[in-house]
Design a protein around this ligand. Structure first.
Ligand SMILES: Cc1ncc(C[n+]2csc(CCOP(=O)(O)OP(=O)(O)O)c2C)c(N)n1
Ligand code: SF4
Length: 351
């Protein structure tokens, strides 16, 4: 993968987070994506979210598959660990790494092709296992890297740049995740940083699988009239159900909200998400009602956005499998290898 380093020069008065790091410390290499690509805006939101959360760069693990979207893990938190996997196979890598070390913070970045076409099976099982990771789909409705073929998220009737009309029904990742029992489901837009940054922070802090489907227009192959994933279409059919404020543990809650209008959700580490309901009928803790509301909007060709469903009571992968609290590479040798007498005992059982 191409990696273009950025100059190290920085202004001495740049604001610093609790670790004494500036936003520049959360950047990566220079992007080689097309100018105006929605994916670059998502990268900027991830940088902002990580800086604001005081993430220790060396504790972040960035995982991806193949696609323009999957290239973006090289563009943020250069001090983190990274693995650019085979197309659609990022969840397997996330699973293995997560099982070996539960103390790191896992973020996966994928495309709608990488997740919903070739990688659909892997995606479903990562949700079922409630793998502890934030999973971002940069959803543009096409395979950008291979020049604009329809992906599995393209809507029926949407037009390709050269006029071809998509006939196949789309897979909606948000509805799919809700059906599979996901415990954190959100949708946003690359052009709405104010909504996206707190969602990413909450997803990184959520214990379990946190999905954010981000509508992210492809300016080169899917930003024309007739596309339902263009900047113009998304702006015109974009409707927020809730607005999420992320409040880190130990920071005073200063957000103003009307009584009965906001729902505080406490995460496992004590940080909170304050959900301000824009639609007073919307309940992000009721899976069935959330699913119905999202489906209703989709039928009208509209996108409901914000934190659409959250459940902090579900057991995540490590609770279910009782994985060791310390990373596998730190388990002492005498615990891993109980010695020849113990081995002889095991073998005796098969004689
Ligand atoms: C096994 C395999 N099959 C096909 C490809 C070709 N390929 C590369 S990227 C891609 C799709 C990328 O689309 P998406 O995940 O939506 O990402 P985008 O480029 O739109 O961000 C395909 C089909 C591949 N690299 N590997
Ligand atoms: S081809 Fe599309 S998805 Fe890929 S970098 Fe260009 S605008 Fe972005």
């Amino acid at each position: 993968m191409t990696f273009l380093p950025k100059p190290k020069v920085r202004h001495p008065s740049l604001p610093k987070n609790a670790l004494g790091l500036t936003r520049r410390d959360y950047e990566g290499g220079l992007s080689t994506l097309c100018a105006g690509c929605g994916h670059d805006s998502i990268t900027a939101a991830i940088i902002e979210a990580s800086w604001g959360l005081d993430v220790e760069p060396q504790n972040m693990v960035k995982l991806s598959g193949i696609g323009c979207s999957s290239k973006t893990t090289a563009y943020f938190v250069s001090g983190g660990h990274g693995f650019n996997s085979v197309h659609g196979r990022m969840p397997s890598i996330a699973m293995g790494a997560n099982a070996a070390n539960r103390n790191l913070m896992y973020i996966g970045v994928s495309g709608d092709g990488d997740t919903l076409s070739i990688g659909l099976g892997q995606f479903c099982h990562a949700i079922r296992r409630n793998l502890n990771m934030a999973y971002i789909i940069e959803n543009n409705g096409v395979y950008g890297l291979t020049k604009g073929q329809f992906s599995a998220s393209a809507d029926v009737g949407t037009k390709a740049k050269k006029g071809e009309v998509n006939q196949q029904p789309p897979i909606d990742p948000v509805l799919l995740a809700l059906t599979l029992g996901a415990t954190f489901v959100a949708r946003s837009f690359s052009g709405d940083k104010q909504q996206l940054v707190p969602l990413i922070q909450a997803a990184l802090r959520h214990k379990g699988f946190a999905l954010i489907d981000v509508l992210s227009p492809c300016v080169t192959f899917n930003d024309h009239e007739g596309s339902t994933k263009s900047y113009q279409y998304t702006r015109e059919h974009y409707d927020a159900a809730v607005h999420a404020d992320f409040v880190p543990f130990q920071r005073e809650i200063s957000a103003q909200y009307a009584e009965g209008d906001a729902l505080p959700v406490v995460l496992h580490d004590g940080s909170r998400i304050l959900l301000r309901k824009i639609d007073s009928n919307y309940d992000p803790t009721d899976r069935a009602r959330a699913t119905a509301a999202i489906g209703e909007k989709l039928k009208k060709g509209e996108f409901l956005t914000g934190l659409l469903y959250v459940d902090t009571t579900g057991k995540e992968f490590h609770d279910v499998n009782e994985t060791p609290a310390i990373p596998l590479n730190q388990i002492p040798h005498n615990r891993l290898s109980p010695g020849s007498a113990a081995l002889a005992k095991v073998l005796a059982r098969y004689r």
